[in-house]
Design a protein around this ligand. Sequence first.
Ligand SMILES: [Zn+2]
Length: 105
Amino acid sequence: MKKDRIEELREEISKLENEIEKIKEQRDNCTHEWGEIECEKVTRPIYDIVTYGMLSDTYSKYVPTGKFETVDVYSRCCKKCGYIDCTSSVEEVPVQVKKVPKFRG
Ligand SMILES: [Zn+2]
């Protein structure tokens, strides 16, 4: 490859890197406005953490069990920057108490 071409490509790379940095900055500073939450069932392998070795000379490894689990993966997309946020974690939220008319009869 010619020297000029190499220099040209270097400049192109650094230009694109700067652009990526700017986009990331915009995303990081975005006060996300989330769209609707979508839920998708995803089947994924189950892993065990297995520890090898003895005494202080040990290491752990994720080993597939050969079993699979199906989980709900929730995602939401920011309307402003397009960032997609995914999670399979859920939390329990108390159901709000609703007031209904109480008749005598
Ligand atoms: Zn956003």
